[in-house]
Design a protein around this ligand. Sequence first.
Ligand code: DGP
Length: 114
Amino acid sequence: MKNCIFCKIISGDLPSSKVFEDETCVAFKDIHPQAPFHVLIVPREHFDSLDKAEEKHKETLGHLLLTAAEIARREGFSQKGYRVVINTNADGGQTVFHLHVHLLAGRIFVFPPG
Ligand code: DGP
């Protein structure tokens, strides 16, 4: 989608530190990390938010979560733990309107989050 930062990162028009990619998604380091390890897992298909997800996105959404777990495993965080977050719309703290999953690790997280 034109004017979408994450679409530009996926296409390679904007630089990023990629940690993983496959036919469904791309994962790269967050530019403003909130933990020692913080990556965003982004579907290649643009849809704005979880609120805009449809039945046809079921497999993609599952794939994003399994990819988060796989990256966490690969980076050595499975046993200690990690947090997966999907901010949705204004009150949920979403600032980039291309659905993405945050994977945060390397520190202790409190609940509920702020
Ligand atoms: P959210 O607030 O859930 O929409 O998260 C958006 C995240 O995207 C935020 O943590 C900062 C990150 N971000 C914004 N612009 C860029 C960028 O150009 N590159 C990278 N790597 N991350 C970005």
